[in-house]
Ligand binder design. Structure first.
Ligand SMILES: [Zn+2]
Length: 208
């Protein structure tokens, strides 16, 4: 598992120029002129994070809205760090949404931190994840430190237990459906066919 991002995104001169020309405050983040920069950040950080969300360590998706650029220190609180390389990491939309704009600094700052001491959650660039959070069976999160426990709370990582259960339920339902369909194709027993159709209708709620 990737423990932390070893090198941040490195902005190119023309990207820095664009930011300097077009960025005033954090709401400018959504301007389309920055789309190219955002894509470049995602492309750069994906392999550096092993394609995992920096908070829950679940795999990141590839469709739009399946990966977010996360501002570790909320950009609404410190808009000057909206494009700070060490403030950018990739997260799943679930973690990003739950974390929202909740404050993560223990004391206010005038310069971006260079280590994780003043940051109350696991900082993707400064902190080794495994020192703060241990993950069991993919979806049980154990906080090993105050930082780890706060990350679990802020991002609501406990939600993933339910997500995993739903995934497993859906998969077992899929398997049952596939088995029944295979049997239906083969059986010559009309009574059994009717039983299978009934079972399928119960499983899919759309037959009959
Ligand atoms: Zn996540």
């Amino acid at each position: 598992m990737t423990d932390r991002i070893l090198s941040p995104y490195s902005f190119k001169a023309q990207e820095l120029q664009l930011i300097s020309d077009r960025f005033v405050t954090h709401t400018d983040w959504s301007k389309s002129c920055f789309d190219g920069i955002k894509q470049a950040v995602k492309n750069d950080l994906r392999p550096k994070q092993g394609n995992l969300c920096c908070y829950c360590k679940w795999e990141l998706g590839f469709d739009i809205k399946e990966v977010d650029i996360e501002h570790i220190v909320p950009k609404s609180e410190y808009s000057e760090y909206t494009f700070h390389p060490n403030n950018l990491s990739l997260s799943c939309p679930g973690c990003n949404t739950n974390k929202g704009t909740k404050p993560v600094l223990s004391v206010p700052i005038t310069a971006y931190p260079t280590d994780g001491i003043n940051v109350s959650i696991v900082h993707a660039h400064f902190d080794d994840y495994s020192q703060h959070i241990e993950r069991h069976a993919d979806a049980i999160y154990e906080g090993l430190s105050p930082k780890g426990r706060r990350t679990i709370k802020l991002c609501k990582l406990d939600r993933l237990k339910d997500v995993l259960k739903k995934m497993k339920d859906a998969k077992s339902k899929d398997t049952q459906i596939a088995q029944l369909v295979a049997e239906l194709v083969q059986t010559k027993d009309t009574q059994r066919s009717d039983e299978i159709m009934l079972e399928l209708s119960q499983l899919t709620e759309q037959f009959l």
